[in-house]
Design a protein around this ligand. Structure first.
Ligand SMILES: Cc1cc2nc3c(=O)[nH]c(=O)nc-3n(C[C@H](O)[C@H](O)[C@H](O)COP(=O)(O)OP(=O)(O)OC[C@H]3O[C@@H](n4cnc5c(N)ncnc54)[C@H](O)[C@@H]3O)c2cc1C
Length: 834
């Protein structure tokens, strides 16, 4: 406890200023923001609201309850915001002098670290960003390490024993097991203190109190839920709450407690990694930087004795430069992204369109299933997961965007997805801990069916230690199945902490339906690695795809080869994350097992049994479904769902320009009345013209690893070695457009230091230039690059490619339909090993 004592000693030394204080404690957990935060907003409303529906206990502060946020008010003269790094969620044993009280912070069934490296970093960034923002607003954030219930208990008692009055402890209401356990514990511990505890809803788009049904009657299927809440019209979403103009003062001194703290005594730079000494302050020995905090948090995740599948990617402290989520954590970053995606950014190079280009959200529906770059979807989920932004803020940004650019299916689709998030939250509340049960919500909705699945052995288990490295699940989680589309997604997750929605659906379907293993292996693996891990969205979606949750067509199954050809038609995504495949002709990039040994050699592709390396990849997939074969032959670009002009729509074989005006009715009915820019957007946004995104000059991301954006240039891409890499998908038919893996400054590595640059693959085995070398708009070509090996072609299935359009995920339900097949239809051939 030495660090804690050292940390709090400076605070303890100062004496109490003016006797008795009235202090309100706000415990921040998954609501790390100032804007639209009911806790902060109502902490600064001092007038008692008129009595409303629930007179009993509402303002008597005599029982602990969930209150409607509008019923909160505070007469405290000081505000004490607190954040606790919870030792049950994040492994804290790497902190110097920290003594863990409970078991390691590992997932319940399969023992992954609960919080992997990328999320540990993201959360820390969000916490210290909040502290900086609070300090800028005249307040502060008390940061502790341990368990929230103990810290709050100690704090309340210490404040009381020095004579202060603790007006209350307020916190956001959560729904899932671990979080509600914390709430219960705090209530129990403070029982004798007389301090009232208030839980406020701030997580969902729709306030639970506004639902047109009791939360326990949330429909078991999404569509009826959506229709019922949409029928609320403008009342569906409450307006955002402004941040307080001036915060109540932070207590001048914090009384001594035994809680563990680290004195991060100089500020975190905007980049989130480089430490910045505050003005006028010298860094003195013993002070801890944000770098140090990260190092301590990541230390235990680097345990070398662990099987790789259980390891937390801790070595990767830097964001991968090809990451689809290259953003730092925190409210500042969230607001910058919000502004870029909905207000100021541009969705494509305006020169391509010949006119002003609206912000990226204007093409959301067309781009949302893309896989490469950060611009294809909002990337709001990590910020939402830790409350660095609220869904209502996104809703208001959508309203604002629609006033300028019109309402269409793109903006609607973002709203639609936000409703999915709410839906999983409400059904989780309805079904409680079944969220984590292998039988899923089906245990309640159709218990016989759920039990039958369990009895029939649907959910095989996996032992990460005993089952060894060649077990199919181990290979899956290490990205070595031999099926590039699946492996690329896993590698993206492991190396960046993010995976697209398309990827998540495919990986989930592969584990639960193709391999028939306990879907919770995947859910826990995602929990460990995803930056945006959110219990209800994660477990809810896993249940959905596994067919034990809210999918009315529970047997649907993704055909991962069809999906690969639909959504990664040029193979760019797969080549980006699996460099060994970079030289392969696109016809083989999704099914390299069709190549024989000589052809593999010709492409410079080594066979590696245990790993995916720069040059090696497994020769055989761990399984091969009959249903995949009819998609083997589909050529690059054919039936691609991604490479169309996003302003065009193909209907009945004809290309139509998509332009839907906003109807007067929609305007009148929708939440479109507010013509002011939301308060959380900068004042300049108030006067933006529809075309002001042009040359808008928004540039964010400073420092070494966030130098990835330059919206001012009109394009938006990664920076690698100082050169910008455009990540906008190529136009249909423009095969020459540069995919990320074909560029000399490819984001998957620094080819200038590599002897096997993707674009200049050296001759292998005397066969000249292998691999399709595409530069600029033309195909410079290579022997095998332009023509697939003739004998390999004979091994392609002769079946037609017409399946290309069938059964892809529609987006109308979360899991989509990737070529649904019932279990009985499947013919699975196991070919273990390589
Ligand atoms: C197996 C599986 C696991 C998932 N785990 C998580 C998770 O832990 N945390 C998480 O936030 N999302 C999860 N999702 C949902 C979805 O994949 C992500 O929300 C999305 O990919 C995040 O990217 P985005 O913010 O750019 O989304 P966008 O496409 O821009 O969507 C906007 C917002 O809508 C919400 N949203 C979109 N799709 C979904 C969905 N299917 N379910 C719930 N909300 C959705 C998210 O809040 C998202 O930020 C999971 C999906 C699957 C299939």
């Amino acid at each position: 406890m030495s660090a804690s004592k050292a940390a709090s000693s400076s605070e303890q030394d100062a004496s109490l200023v003016d006797g008795k204080k009235r202090i309100l404690i706000c415990l921040l957990r998954l609501d790390l923001r100032i804007h639209d935060n009911p806790l902060f907003h109502y902490a600064h409303v001092s007038t008692r609201p008129p009595p409303s529906k629930d007179e009993d206990g509402l303002h008597q502060f005599n029982k602990n309850k969930v209150v409607d946020e509008t019923e909160l008010y505070s007469t405290a003269n000081e505000l004490l915001p607190v954040y606790v790094f919870d030792e049950r969620e994040m492994e804290l044993s790497g902190l110097p002098g920290f003594e863990r009280k409970g078991p390691e912070a590992r997932t319940r069934c399969y023992g992954f670290w609960k919080t992997g490296a990328f999320r540990a970093r993201f959360i820390s960034e969000a916490v210290y960003d909040l502290r900086s923002r609070l300090r800028d607003a005249g307040s502060d954030l008390l940061i502790r390490f341990g368990t929230p219930e103990e810290v709050i208990d100690n704090l309340v008692k210490a404040l009381q024993s020095r004579g202060d009055e603790v007006e209350g402890v307020w916190m956001q209401k959560e729904m899932t097991f671990q979080e509600t356990r914390v709430e219960d514990d705090i209530v129990k511990r403070l029982d004798t203190t007389g301090v009232p505890i208030r839980f406020v809803h701030g997580k969902t788009l729709i306030h639970p109190g506004d639902l047109p049904f009791d939360i326990n009657e949330t429909p078991d299927v999404f569509t009826p839920f959506r229709k019922r809440v949409e029928a609320l019209g403008p009342k569906m979403v409450r307006p955002c709450l402004p941040a307080p103009e001036a915060f109540k003062p932070f207590p001048a001194t914090i009384p001594p407690t035994n809680d563990y703290a680290l004195d991060v005594s100089y500020e975190v730079d905007v980049d989130g990694l480089s430490a910045r000494v505050p003005e006028g302050a010298e860094k003195t020995e013993g002070q801890i930087s944000f770098h140090d905090i990260l190092r301590y948090l990541l230390k235990p995740l680097n345990e070398p004795a662990l099987p790789f599948a259980l390891e937390g990617s801790a070595i990767l402290q830097q964001r991968h430069h090809a990451s689809a989520f290259p953003l730092r954590g925190g409210e500042s970053s969230a607001l910058e992204r919000l502004e870029w995606y909905f207000v100021r950014g541009k969705s494509a190079d305006s020169s391509r369109w010949g006119k002003a280009d609206p912000p990226p959200v204007a093409r959301y529906k067309q781009t949302r299933n893309n896989l490469v770059g950060h611009a294809y979807s909002t990337k709001m989920s990590p910020f939402l997961a830790y409350g660095s932004i609220s869904p209502r803020q996104i809703w208001e940004a959508l309203n604002y965007h629609e006033q300028k650019f019109g309402e269409d299916q793109n903006t609607y689709w973002v709203r639609f997805e936000l409703l999915w998030r709410d839906y999983f939250f409400f059904v989780a509340e309805k079904f409680g801990d079944l969220l984590f049960h292998v039988g899923g919500f089906e245990m309640a909705t159709d218990p016989k069916q759920a039990e039958k699945k369990i009895q029939d052995g649907w959910w095989k288990v996996w032992d990460p230690v005993k089952d060894g490295p060649e077990h199919p699940v181990t290979r899956l989680l290490e990205g070595r199945t031999g099926i590039p589309f699946i492996d690329a997604n896993i590698l993206e997750l492991r190396e960046s902490g993010f995976m697209s929605n398309r990827g998540r659906q495919n990986v989930a379907s592969f584990l639960a339906k193709d391999l028939s293993y306990d879907w919770r292996i995947g859910a826990e693996f995602f929990q460990s690695h995803l930056i945006d891990y959110d219990p209800t969205s994660n477990y809810g979606n896993w249940q959905y795809v596994a067919g034990v949750g809210n999918d009315p067509r529970a047997s649907r199954q993704f055909n991962c080869i069809k999906q690969a050809k639909d959504y990664d038609s040029h193979g760019d995504y797969v080549k980006m994350w699996i460099p060994a495949l970079r030289n392969l002709h696109t016809d083989y990039v999704h099914n390299p097992w069709l190549l024989n040994q000589d052809e593999r050699r010709a492409y410079g592709l080594k066979t590696t049994a245990m790993d995916v390396t720069m040059d090696g990849y497994p020769a055989e997939p761990i399984i091969e479904h009959e249903s995949w074969k009819k998609h083997y032959e589909r050529k690059e670009g054919v039936g691609s769902k991604m490479y169309g002009n996003p302003q065009e729509k193909v209907k009945d074989g004809k290309v139509k320009r998509y332009k839907k005006p906003i109807s007067a009715k929609a305007r009148a009915e929708g939440n479109l009345t507010n013509t002011m820019a939301p308060s959380f957007l900068p004042p300049g946004a108030q006067n933006l013209s529809p075309h002001s995104g042009l040359g808008g000059g928004l540039s964010y991301g400073r420092g070494t690893d966030t130098d990835y954006m330059s919206a001012s240039s009109g394009t938006f891409g990664f920076t690698s070695g100082g050169q910008s890499v455009n990540v906008i998908p190529p136009l249909r038919g423009n095969r020459g457009s540069i995919g990320p893996s074909q560029r000399s400054n490819s984001p998957f590595g620094n080819p200038s230091t590599s002897t096997s640059s993707p674009s200049t693959g050296p001759p292998k085995d005397g066969i000249g230039n292998v691999g399709p070398t595409r530069m600029g708009r033309g195909i410079i070509g290579g022997v095998l690059g332009s023509t697939p090996p003739s004998n390999a072609g004979s091994r392609l299935s002769s079946s037609s490619t017409s399946g290309a359009t069938g059964g892809a995920a529609t987006g109308s339900e979360a899991g989509g339909n990737g070529g649904a097949k019932s279990k009985a239809d499947q013919e699975t051939s196991w070919r273990r090993g390589t």
